[in-house]
Design a binder for this molecule. Structure first.
Ligand SMILES: [Zn+2]
Length: 216
């Protein structure tokens, strides 16, 4: 996915197999005008740590281990349940009412790839006509995970650009709009198809058949 974001600059991307750290050896000039490569450039050159996790059903514990073991809804047990039952676990350091990434990670974006994410036919508020067109184009289509990571990564870059240490719901609204705009631009340039991650989404788990052993 990361190489896909780089497009024709993909040979400039390196992923360290042991640490997962991504480097993107390009200049600002190289990515100018390419919204998708620009996103990767912005992430790699940001001083804060953005961590991506992709798992499937059963990986909830591993996803939860990347977060602070808080209380109540933010215990790792709850986090794990959220990943298994609701399909994602996303946290920003300092964001109110959200799980907090552990260690020095600023933004942790974990998706459960066992889910199917669809954009429904509802309208959502949008910051521009470009975004409105993207919402309309993606209705009733399956949303690719690449778009979901684009959206969440963009949202967290927007949080960071606010230069604050805590984020409330108004900050979230602004970050969400910034993410919608970036995703719409990437889509306009032909690098994303299907449902729009900034639209109204419904997540469902495919039916799994469980082996019932020792049942008499
Ligand atoms: Zn959002």
């Amino acid at each position: 996915m990361i190489e896909g974001w780089a497009g024709n600059l993909r040979d400039k991307v390196k992923v360290d197999e042991k640490t997962g750290v991504v480097t993107f050896d390009v200049t600002a000039k190289d990515v100018a005008g390419n919204a998708n490569a620009q996103l990767l450039y912005d992430l790699v050159n940001n001083k804060k740590v953005f961590e991506f996790f992709a798992g499937v059903g059963g990986d909830g514990k591993e996803a939860a281990s990347l977060f602070v073991d808080g209380t109540g809804n933010f215990s790792r047990k709850s986090d794990s349940k959220q990943f298994e039952e609701r399909g994602s676990l996303i946290g920003t350091k300092g964001r109110e009412g959200q799980a907090q990434p552990a260690g020095d990670v600023f933004a942790l974006i974990a998706w459960n790839l066992s889910f199917v994410v669809r954009q429904d036919s509802s309208d959502v508020p949008t910051p521009s006509s470009l975004a409105k067109a993207a919402v309309n184009a993606g209705k009733k289509q399956e949303v690719p995970f690449s778009a979901l990571y684009v959206h969440e990564a963009s949202e967290n870059l927007a949080f960071d650009s606010m230069g604050k240490t805590t984020f409330d719901s108004a900050d979230y609204g602004n970050a969400h709009f910034a993410a919608i705009e970036r995703e719409a631009l990437i889509r306009q340039q032909g690098n994303l198809r299907g449902g729009f991650a900034g639209g109204s989404l419904s997540l469902s788990r495919p039916i799994t058949t469980k082996c019932k052993r020792n049942k008499r």
